[in-house]
Design a protein around this ligand. Structure first.
Ligand code: NDP
Ligand code: GDP
Length: 338
């Protein structure tokens, strides 16, 4: 019989890739989506799998709906990827973020506890838990210090997952994933914002783009590889917590420079702080402008992950380098913007 998986947040970046991956593994895939006035299956369409998955209307805010869904779908594995996932938005919508990204996890765990505690559960934890990081690189034992309503909500979901494992013996696992990107990444996240702007500039559709703090550093990997790690975590003998990362980090500034290299532009930086700009070395045109609107009330300056546990216990390793990731994303955005 086919294995059945239920993915919350199937319309998001990871949800779409995970659905594709599980379909290829022979799973029957159910995906939770929110009712909106206009449906948003763009990513599933892009992967050509909208008709291959069974879409179920679910909202993380409605516990009764989640109980009904778990009862009807009867999944063997549940991947909780749904969240208000954008840090900047969480500062403006801290209560919504707490309800969806935090309490939503409990709504789903309760549905599993009530309907079928033998379900294997994956919670999408995040490197944002480390925030003002207490050690470098960060691993599963590094103390947490979240720096945004998003990070705090995710910390609650992280501990509830551990609590349901310890209290009810549920196979509940946390993947602490460092930033992972792809051509399906939301346009508001910094990597995709930049690669999309670079493609627009290439075609003369945009003159320059605004940016926030360019000196922050992130450990950026390729989303397609990270969702394989999620699946491996649920195939392990025991539930646990695993970091997925590349073990390398780079600044936003470097991401900008590398992205422009693919359209053969070199950036020369001028000025400092809020006055800083990036010019095209050849034409002198301004291509990048710092805009304080994109600064955050509290910043996560520097993250870098240690994925040794995932490597040793799951055999998981990242493959795509920083440069290659930027190339994949710039090329995809050039193709889309043609
Ligand atoms: P996205 O923002 O692309 O996707 C989030 C998904 O959650 C979307 O499908 C969205 O639906 C859904 N969602 C939002 N609110 C609700 C709600 N109230 N009820 C049901 N569904 C809802 O995130 P990613 O795919 O990038 O990330 C997947 C998960 O992993 C998230 O939980 C994220 O916080 C976490 N994570 C991501 C990292 C990354 O670098 N990408 C790093 C670490 C953790 P809709 O399309 O309708 O908005
Ligand atoms: P995050 O790590 O989940 O917050 O992912 P983002 O891609 O949203 O942001 C990564 C880092 O880039 C953060 O430290 C942001 O402050 C920084 N950053 C700088 N400029 C921008 C910008 O214009 N947009 C976004 N989203 N982030 C920016």
């Amino acid at each position: 019989m086919k294995k059945t998986a239920f993915i919350t947040g199937i319309t998001g970046q990871d949800g779409a890739y995970l659905a594709e991956f599980l379909l290829n593994k022979g799973y029957k895939v159910y995906g939770g989506f929110r009712r909106l006035s206009a449906q948003n299956f763009l990513r599933l369409d892009e992967l050509g799998i909208t008709n291959k998955v069974t879409l179920v209307e679910t909202d993380m805010l409605d516990a009764s709906n989640l109980v009904r869904t778990i009862k009807e779908v009867k999944p063997l594995e549940v991947y909780n990827l749904a969240a208000q996932s954008f840090v900047a938005h969480s500062f403006k919508n801290p209560i919504l973020t707490g309800n969806v990204t935090g309490l939503g996890v409990t709504n789903l765990l309760e549905a599993i506890r009530i309907i079928d505690p033998d379900i294997r559960f994956y919670q999408a934890s995040t490197s944002e838990l480390f925030g003002l990081a207490k050690e470098f690189p960060q691993n599963e034992n590094t103390p947490f210090y979240p720096r945004s309503p998003y990070g705090v909500a995710k910390l609650y979901g992280h501990w509830m997952t551990i609590n349901y494992r310890e209290s009810y013996n549920i196979f509940a696992t946390n993947g602490i994933l460092f930033n992972h990107e792809s051509p399906l990444r939301g346009i508001e996240f910094v990597t995709r914002k930049i690669t999309n702007a670079v493609a627009n500039i290439h075609f003369g559709k945009q003159e320059y783009f605004d940016i926030g703090n360019m000196d922050v550093r992130r450990d950026w990997g390729y989303a397609k590889e990270y969702i394989e790690g999620m699946w491996s975590m649920l195939q392990a003998d025991e539930p646990g917590t695993y970091v997925l990362a590349t073990g390398e980090n780079h600044s936003v500034r470097e991401w900008i420079e590398v992205s422009f290299n693919f359209i053969e532009k070199e950036i020369i930086w001028e000025g400092e702080g809020e006055k800083e700009i990036g010019r095209d070395a050849k034409s002198g045109k301004i291509l990048v402008k710092v805009n304080p609107e994109f600064f955050r009330p509290a910043e996560v300056e520097n993250l870098i992950g240690d994925y040794s546990k995932a490597k040793n216990e799951l055999g998981w390793e990242p493959k795509t380098t920083f440069n290659k990731l930027a190339e994949i994303m710039v090329k995809a955005d050039i193709e889309k913007n043609k």
